[in-house]
Design a protein around this ligand. Structure first.
Ligand code: UD1
Length: 364
């Protein structure tokens, strides 16, 4: 039985790494499932892709569709064409997609149209915000998914509400957290630590790349100004995503205590988060990692598909208005940030649970 594991963009790589590790260890113990790792090429820079494979010990992809950049429709079309060609030449028995990026949706559609069942890792989460391409990707993918591997009870409830029968939903936990826990003792101090004279618990990490925050240069600068002024002179490390870099080229006035860097690799980025005073972000995955590391996290979005990072974890939803940030920073500096706990089943064993379920599904 051959399963395609699809990975396309940076946040996919840490999710797929855990499933690859689990299936390989079952293979050594006599397991019958085989996998083919398909990289769509949605992200292609070394620091957005190759470095993650290397650091996380993910094997070289068996196939790279090399689709590269484009509009949402161009990327979707290119991935579908490339993946369809592959499946027509060499069919698999199941297509496993992770997360919510364009590659997730495009491969799910392609497989299902060829009557190949789809499994979705991180299925069922919803922000209800249709301005985010990721929300469209989630909804389309879940509407044609056969087997849902979920990270939270909220995801289970969302799926139940949309009529998905219970026997197709497997509440297994979070593969991104598997990867974090597997690497937590290997995190690397990046060279910028010494260069900037950083001290533990005395700097901030920010990541911003959502179109709503970064695509309009003037609003982006307002947000950065609010951060630069609000952190009381502390250094702020900002690993800049290519989309944000393009936008920053057009503007001036970045506060002096905000230090722009290239996107960091996994071990370096999470080292920075683990030792930060707090993280300010518009990413979803980082709110999960900050929760598990117990680091205060402020999300610059109006909604989240990961409510457990707020109800259980260290995350708070600030919104996208720059003025909204101050009361949250005041609370942080007053030492009154909540401690947070770990959401259910985020225990490092999710990949194993997924592979055990896949064996039951495919080998019965
Ligand atoms: C994608 C995901 C988003 C995820 C983010 C993390 C979708 C819809 N969005 O958004 O969920 O949080 O990745 O990184 O799939 N680029 C490079 N080098 C690369 C990759 C991209 O320069 O290796 C440039 C592209 O040319 C493009 C921009 O970055 O201009 C955006 O890339 P794209 O893959 O379209 O979407 P992201 O914004 O990265």
């Amino acid at each position: 039985m051959l399963i395609d594991f699809i990975a396309g963009a940076r946040p996919n790589f840490m999710k797929i790494a855990s499933v690859v590790r689990a299936i390989k260890s079952r293979e050594l113990a006599g397991g019958k499932l085989r996998y083919r790792l398909v990289h769509t090429g949605q992200h292609y820079d070394d620091n957005m892709s190759g470095a993650f494979f290397e650091q996380l010990g993910i094997p070289k992809p068996d196939v790279n569709l090399e689709v590269g950049s484009g509009t949402q429709a161009e990327q979707t079309a290119a991935i579908m064409l490339g993946y369809e060609r592959l499946l027509l030449e060499n069919r698999s028995d199941l297509c496993l997609v992770v997360g919510d990026v364009t590659s997730t949706m495009a491969c799910a559609i392609t497989a299902q149209k060829l009557c190949i069942p789809v499994a979705h890792v991180e299925g069922g989460i919803r922000s209800t915000d249709w301005t985010m391409p990721e929300e469209i990707n989630r909804m389309v993918t879940d509407s044609i998914t056969n087997y849902f591997f979920t990270t939270s009870e909220t995801a289970n409830e969302n799926l139940a509400r949309s009529g998905v029968p219970k026997d197709r939903v497997f509440f297994v936990g979070n593969t991104m957290i598997d990867t974090l826990l597997a690497n937590i003792d290997r995190l690397n101090k990046p060279s910028l630590w010494e260069d900037l004279g950083l001290a533990e618990g005395d700097y901030f990490v920010i990541t911003l790349h959502r179109p709503a925050n970064v695509d309009r240069g003037r609003d982006f600068i307002k947000l950065l100004t609010a951060i630069g002024e609000g952190v009381r002179g502390k250094p702020v490390i900002f690993p800049v995503h290519p989309r944000s870099a393009k936008s920053l080229e057009q503007v001036e006035g970045i506060p002096e205590n905000i230090f722009l860097t290239e996107p960091q690799s996994y071990l370096e980025f999470n080292y920075l988060v683990k030792h930060a005073k707090a993280v300010i972000t518009d990413s979803g995955g980082i709110t999960e990692e900050a929760t598990v590391m117990g680091i205060p996290c402020m999300t610059l979005r109006d909604n989240t598909e990961r409510p457990e990072t707020i109800t259980v974890g260290t995350n708070e939803l600030v919104g996208t208005n720059p003025d909204a940030l101050k009361p949250f920073l005041d609370r942080l500096f007053a030492g009154e940030w909540k401690e947070g706990g770990i959401p259910e089943k985020w225990d490092g064993k999710t990949g194993e649970r997924i592979v055990a379920e896949l064996e039951k599904i495919l080998c019965r």
